[in-house]
Design a protein around this ligand. Structure first.
Ligand SMILES: Cc1cc2nc3c(=O)[nH]c(=O)nc-3n(C[C@H](O)[C@H](O)[C@H](O)COP(=O)(O)OP(=O)(O)OC[C@H]3O[C@@H](n4cnc5c(N)ncnc54)[C@H](O)[C@@H]3O)c2cc1C
Length: 323
């Protein structure tokens, strides 16, 4: 229906992605403004149990087919195009994630609906849908106003609070038959998991993150000690990983992982847009940097302008003495 807002859910191995709940939170806000329903679009096979987690939606549109058991761009885009054509929502939110980036552009072309990519925010009012996109790796924000009946917004992870997209209750389910999903050009063969055995920094509630200010691999134990005292784990900016000082699994940012710990301590990290993109969702950010003009201080809640080699031993000692 023309005032509805659709959220394209993302899931893997039976688990809904965090960004799906963030989009439900944003979708709820948009649906309130448009006066329409919030429709969660769930493509997959054997995923009906996920509906119990979707209490924030007014209705779930389930697109069920065995060809959707594993993610492949072609099958999912065909199925989603059929669902969105039937639903005709005012706005469709798709994640700006590895899967969502496959889908958003392809859906825009198939449906002929305009796409706002890399959205940090979106609003619906009398002028239509307006979206704020983050471009040039976050260096610029661009506002676009989309007139017309439909629009797709590819929402960046971290653009809304996932907690607000979680609500109790089981919404009504509508089934949509997917189109003929045969003769697909891409076939799922197997899932290759990242190297096991390392810490999953996306699940840690405290991260101490090391940047180029650390100067040498030999100094990393200083941060390890702080992380240990705080009961957290070590993460890093990209140059630390590029130099092989820490594994790729510890990299935060655009080409690494997005993290949302309760506490993120950025040590000797300048705060390049590509790094900020991966950690701006942290609840509390503490930055330690010698340069008072470092962009990391623009997102930090607390900042220490000082040499990390002076601050870290004192900080670690203080925390240990309180433990
Ligand atoms: C396509 C692309 C993808 C990228 N993806 C990522 C990504 O995923 N993650 C990422 O992090 N980067 C990424 N980058 C790189 C990014 O642009 C920056 O180059 C990088 O984040 C900088 O890392 P840094 O802050 O550790 O180093 P620098 O920018 O060199 O900053 C070092 C900081 O340490 C401070 N410092 C120096 N000495 C001390 C001291 N003794 N005490 C305290 N502070 C000190 C300095 O003042 C400075 O601010 C990407 C870049 C591109 C182009």
């Amino acid at each position: 229906m023309l005032n509805d807002v659709a959220v394209v859910l993302e899931h893997m191995e039976g688990v809904l992605a965090e960004v799906s709940f963030e989009m439900l939170a944003k979708g709820r806000e948009l649906a309130r403004a448009s006066g329409g329903r919030l429709v969660a679009v769930l493509p997959g096979h054997g995923v009906r149990n996920l509906v119990d987690e979707l209490g924030a939606a007014d209705v779930v549109t389930l697109v069920e087919h065995e060809a959707l058991a594993h993610y492949t761009p072609e099958a999912y885009v065909r199925a989603l195009a059929a669902a969105l054509t039937a639903l005709e929502p005012r706005a469709a939110l798709v994640a700006s994630s590895s899967m969502g980036l496959d889908q958003a552009g392809a859906l825009s072309v198939r449906l002929g609906w305009p796409l706002c990519a890399y959205c940090r925010d979106a609003h619906l009012d009398g002028d239509g849908l307006s979206a704020v996109s983050q471009i040039y790796g976050g260096k610029l924000l661009a506002e676009a106003v989309v007139q017309g009946a439909h629009a797709i917004c590819a929402m960046l992870p971290g653009a809304a609070q996932a907690a607000e997209g979680r609500a109790p209750g089981t919404p009504a389910v509508e089934m949509i038959s997917p189109p003929d999903l045969v003769a697909l050009p891409v076939r799922f063969k197997r899932l290759i998991r990242p190297e096991a055995g390392d810490v999953d920094i996306t699940r840690e509630s405290v991260l101490v993150s090391v940047g180029r200010g650390i100067q040498s691999q030999d100094n990393i134990p200083l941060l390890e000690e702080l992380a240990h005292a705080l009961g957290g784990a070590l993460s890093a900016s990209r140059p630390i990983v590029d130099q092989g000082w820490l594994p790729k699994t510890r990299q935060v940012g655009k080409s690494g992982l997005s993290v949302k710990p309760k506490l993120y301590v950025a040590v000797g990290i300048s705060g390049a847009p590509e790094h900020i993109e991966g950690m701006r969702g942290a609840e509390l950010i503490l930055a330690i940097n010698t340069d008072p003009g470092a962009p990391i201080f623009d997102v930090a809640h607390y900042g220490v302008v000082s040499d990390l080699f002076d601050v870290l031993p004192l900080l670690t000692e203080k925390i240990k003495s309180r433990a």
